[in-house]
Design a protein around this ligand. Structure first.
Ligand code: TXA
Ligand code: MG
Length: 334
């Protein structure tokens, strides 16, 4: 019989205090959590994920009140964004406080902070935090470069025994990773698009949010912004809607078994390898990683994904699809 909610949280906190890894649900994707103040525990994250050690981790906090323990400067912009969007799918990059571990920041002078909006995560964080505002370093709970998990089963499948406990909070509501905004260098720079759009941030800040990302930096500050990421093992190609039927016919003509993810309805020849995606962006994002996993498991030779609309609302989804397509070509990042 499964344990009650309180017992599960208590067990998770005990494991975290003992330096073990606990995967937990957030509204975006599942996180692989470790005590952010324990270097040995944080090292286990990199081992479990197979992630390069210079890639920084987001510290998850119980509330915005804990920010000052982790960031040495709190610009007005950070306070405003926290008040508006936390708990929620927004990560802020701030100048790190003394004592924040190099293993967490990737030896950078900044730290990523987020208060996630999921009842189980918030209960876990509140119980874990204690008087000194402890936080959980938690990347997405997948192997490096692969698809982020949006259910507890995905995590178990991906990481198996490498994680001491998986808290099951059901499927993630948002489905893609948080928006990341860098506030550490004056102004606001968007490092990773997510469910909260740059325009929403700009509106609250009353000033522009610059487009940024790892391409402009001298090091991989945001591993999720490397070109190849979030990738299934099966080759994946993005195809404009108008070219989809032809691309499908051509690939089948070459003898390939082709799976399709499309917002449009299947043609007669669609068959069971045609996966219907939601027409609306929130539904599409919610289902995206689970669908990519399903499509990957079919054993097809090729996954064709119909391109999504080229507008601001679809920016984060389009970003993840582009990286999934590149990731299956350049597997060196996994
Ligand atoms: O929605 C999310 O953000 C999920 C859930 C679990 O919270 N987490 C997540 O973590 O996506 P991860 O590690 O897979 O991606 C976080 C990104 C990484 O690409 C990392 O490079 C970037 O955040 N990041 C963390 N700290 C940073 C820093 N100090 N400066 C720049 N980028 C940072
Ligand atoms: Mg990740």
């Amino acid at each position: 019989m499964s344990q009650g909610y309180d017992e599960q949280i208590a067990r998770a906190v005990a494991l975290l205090r003992a330096g073990e890894l606990v995967a937990f649900p957030t509204e975006t994707v599942y996180g692989l959590g470790a005590d952010a103040s324990n270097p040995l525990a944080v090292a286990k994250i990199f081992a479990a994920k197979g992630r390069p050690a210079d890639h920084p981790l987001i510290v998850h906090l119980a509330s915005a009140g804990a920010m000052k323990r982790w960031a040495r400067e709190l610009p007005a912009a950070a306070e405003k964004l926290a008040a508006t969007f936390w708990p929620g799918p927004l990560t802020m990059i701030l100048k790190r406080a003394p004592g924040v571990l190099d293993q967490v920041t990737g030896c950078q002078d900044t730290v990523g902070l987020r208060v996630p909006n999921h009842p189980l995560a918030l209960a876990l964080l509140a119980e874990f935090a204690g008087a000194d505002h402890g936080g959980l370093a938690a990347p997405s709970a997948n192997r490096f470069g692969r698809i982020s998990p949006t259910s507890a089963d995905h995590v178990r499948h991906e990481l198996g025994d490498a994680v001491a406990m998986v808290l099951d909070g059901g499927p993630c509501a948002v489905g893609i990773e948080s928006t990341i905004v860098d506030l550490s260098r004056g102004g606001a720079v968007l490092l990773r698009p997510g469910a909260i759009a740059a325009a929403e941030l700009a509106q609250v800040l009353g000033s522009e949010v610059e487009a940024g990302g790892a391409d402009t930096a001298d090091r991989p500050r945001v591993s999720g912004s490397l070109a190849a990421h979030y990738a299934p093992a099966t080759p994946l190609q993005l195809v404009p809607a108008a070219a989809l039927s032809d691309a499908l016919a051509a690939a089948r003509g070459r003898g390939l078994r082709v799976a399709v993810l499309a917002r449009s309805a299947p043609p007669d020849s669609g068959g069971r390898l045609w996966h219907q995606a939601s027409a609306a962006v929130a539904g599409y994002a919610h289902d995206l990683y689970a669908k990519l996993r399903e499509l990957d498991a079919i054993g097809a030779d090729l996954i064709l994904v119909e391109s999504v609309p080229d507008d601001a609302a679809w920016l984060a989804v389009a970003d993840r699809l582009r990286r999934a397509a590149q990731g299956t070509v350049a597997q060196d990042e996994t």
